[in-house]
Structure formats: structure tokens, C-alpha cells
Write a protein that binds this ligand. Structure first.
Ligand SMILES: [Zn+2]
Length: 268
């Protein structure tokens, strides 16, 4: 059956015409058996990154991250971790020529809550042709490649002409839900090499931040007692002097509190 579009879609590997059934987006070339992904803009090569971690390995990787320096102390022991969901998450892998060098940009091809996932580097050696036995775990792309190209042009100054190649890559991930301190969180473990990604998590610096806020409140409350003390001790004249002292104290207090807040924010 011929595709209804005017342009004949060809295999991105060998150039043979692709036979596209209506409603199908995952197409295997009849000649070289390469899997192509077909959408409105044409055909692209379709890869999968082979998973090397099982569920237990992924949970171990998550616990190592929880025990590490970014998260609140003993999160690995205190969090209650649910069973993960295995998924093949679709990413558009776009090769761009920029400033005389080629770089690879990854963009999510479906809704993604943990955008950090696109910061990974996928070595070319890890890419294998996608095969249809994986369909049950694969999330179908919902963001067309055209949309990504438009987004790159508008937000990343990547001209359409600078795009050298594009392909679809399904990345194996484990999605974990866990609970800590009465709140639910999500973390993703890359099933190819165990890197953990999270947008929102119980941060190690949350506690010092709250403590600093508390100290600041107490300090300013005490400083505010100075004018009251001046008035009680020496009446109206005492109040004026005490107000001046209060303003100086308030200004001086701001310095260490602001400095500590800056240090903590830099580490969050
Ligand atoms: Zn082919």
C-alpha cells in the first residue's frame, strides 16, 4: 500500500521505499530490516538504548543517590519507596552543526515531568535498532519532530538548515514514586547506566534554610524591642535615640543573614 502523501518515504538506512500501513508510525524496512519512525515530516531512524539494569539494580541506584550529598540526610532509610514502573521513554535526538562543531540535542518526544533527563549523553555505541518486541513498554511519541525543530529555531537559535540529522530514541527508565515527610516525590533511574534524575526532592539544604529563617525572625524581633526599651527607660528622648540604634542594628543584622542565605542558595 502506498502512503497517501505525495512524497515517497524512504528507509533512512538504505534508501529503499518504505511500505507504510495507515495508522502505523513504527515501520521496519523490508530490505535492510532497519526500524524507521514515520511522522508527518518524514521518516527517521528509530533506536533503543539497551537496558542493563533490572528492577533491583535500579532501586539500589536510587538508594545510592538518596544516601548521597544532594538529598536530606538518611533519605535512603527514611523514604518509603514504591515499586517502579519500567518504561521506554521517547526522545528526539537532533544533531546540529553549530560554530563549526556538531552537537547533539535531546528533546522529549512525550510529556516529561523530569526535564533533567534530557541532559544525559547517549554514546552512539549504546544505540541499537528499535525492535517491535519492545512495543509494550514503549511510550508513543506525542510531540512531532516538526514542533521540536520549530522550538529549537525559536528558543535555541538553531536554524532548520543547521540540523544535520534527527532520530527517535527510546530510553529505558524506571520511574519511582516515594514518600518522605508526608509528601510524594518522583525520581527516574536511567536503566542503561543507573543515573538518577529528579526535579523536586527533599534537599539537604532545606533544613538549614528553615533554621536561618527562624534565626532571622528572632533576631529582628529582639531588635524591635530596642525602641520599646528606650521609651520605657527615658521617655520620648530615649525613643528617638533608641530608634536610631534600632535602625543601625537592623542594617547590621541584615549582613550576616543575607550572606548565609546566599551561601545556602548557592548550594541548593
Ligand atoms: Zn532499509
Amino acid at each position: 500500500m502506498m502512503p497517501s502523501t505525495a512524497t515517497q518515504l524512504v528507509c533512512q538506512q538504505c534508501g529503499a521505499p518504505l511500505v507504510v500501513e495507515p495508522g502505523t508510525q513504527f515501520v521496519t524496512c523490508a530490505f535492510c530490516h532497519t526500524t524507521n519512525f514515520v511522522d508527518k515530516s518524514g521518516a527517521v531512524l528509530h533506536y533503543v538504548v539497551r537496558d542493563t539494569l533490572g528492577e533491583a539494580d535500579a532501586e539500589a541506584a536510587l538508594r545510592r543517590w538518596m544516601a548521597g550529598n544532594d538529598t536530606v540526610k538518611d533519605l535512603d532509610k527514611k523514604a518509603s519507596i514504591g515499586r517502579p514502573q519500567f518504561q521506554l521513554f521517547p526522545l528526539w535526538m537532533v544533531t546540529v552543526a553549530q560554530d563549526g562543531a556538531e552537537k547533539i540535542i535531546l528533546e522529549p518526544a512525550a510529556a516529561l515531568s523530569i526535564i533533567e533527563l534530557t541532559s544525559i549523553a547517549i554514546p552512539a555505541a549504546d544505540l541499537e535498532p528499535y525492535d517491535h518486541t519492545l512495543d509494550a513498554d514503549a511510550i508513543a511519541p506525542t510531540t512531532p519532530l516538526e514542533t521540536v525543530k520549530k522550538w529549537l529555531a525559536e528558543n535555541q537559535q538553531v536554524a532548520v538548515g543547521a540540523i544535520r540529522a534527527a532520530s527517535l530514541v527510546h530510553l529505558p527508565i524506571f520511574v519511582f514514586k516515594y514518600e518522605f515527610d508526608g509528601r510524594a516525590y518522583t525520581a527516574v533511574v536511567d536503566a542503561a547506566n543507573g543515573r538518577t534524575f529528579a526535579s523536586l526532592f527533599p534537599s539537604k539544604w532545606e533544613t538549614p534554610y528553615k533554621t536561618l529563617g527562624g534565626i532571622g525572625c528572632v533576631a529582628y524581633f529582639l531588635a524591635a524591642l530596642i525602641p520599646l526599651a528606650g521609651y520605657l527607660l527615658a521617655g520620648g528622648a530615649g525613643l528617638v535615640t533608641a530608634m536610631v540604634v534600632y535602625l543601625v542594628v537592623a542594617a547590621v543584622l541584615a549582613v550576616p543573614i543575607f550572606a548565609a542565605a546566599t551561601v545556602i542558595s548557592a548550594k541548593v
